[in-house]
Design a protein around this ligand. Sequence first.
Ligand code: AMP
Length: 282
Amino acid sequence: MKTIRSPRQMQSLALAWRRAGKTVGLVPTMGALHEGHLSLVRRARAENEIVVVSIFVNPAQFGPKEDYLRYPRPFAKDKRLCERAGVNVVFSPSPSAMYAEGHDTWVTVEKLSRPLCGAFRPGHFRGVATVVAKLFNLVQPARAYFGMKDFQQMCIIERMAEDLHMPVKIVRCPILRDPGGLALSSRNAYLAPQERQAARNISLALRAAEEVIKSHARVPSAKVTAAAWSILRKIPGMRLDYLSVADPATLEPLALVRGRALVAAALWIGNTRLIDNRLVRN
Ligand code: AMP
């Protein structure tokens, strides 16, 4: 396994692979890898000749008061996990190489970036779309793997790739959870044991919402959110950003659920912001 830091070197290698007719799978991450990330890597390993994992804590997607500086960076451990998972290249550029002096180009996916997390994290998805566009240009993947845990991010990347005619297939990957149902996340490392225990109520709440949807042919969203809220409110000291029943294509809120819906929540436990969702098909 190779570790590459220079964007230019990454791109020359990617262009050489392309000339040699090799298919490349890319798994973009911010590191602090867990089984959720590794499930994407395994899928990429199974479907491509070359697998690249990017590890880059992208400053452009953090707000000024967010956790950019304290975000975990266990790089040596991440490299070992990648090596064991059969990754060919870990691409880990520096912020100054990705955003050189005078950098002034941004990618904005307009409508999809507004609801849900977009309403609470201004500029976040602009940072995400921009860095992923750069990674696609540097790694030239045939396929790129995204977790449904970050459902809105995944939709935004799909839209960007289609709108900008990027020759890459976006592969949706299911959410991995711990045995208690908590969606795996690098940020779970911030949780104290009792906070982690309380966080399990998030997936329980989303499951309760799913039950309500599945037991009605049509049901007002208010009834769905009420079921979820009755569980979420038990989390001590929790602060809710949103609990939404949304159209899974536009991410806009639904008043009435008939069939498919995305139930999504974002909330704070102490200083940790957690997100989770369930895609429900009635
Ligand atoms: P991150 O390092 O948090 O930026 O995540 C990198 C990629 O891994 C994103 O596509 C995430 O959606 C995906 N991912 C993170 N957590 C999980 C999980 N629990 N299950 C599946 N995919 C995940």
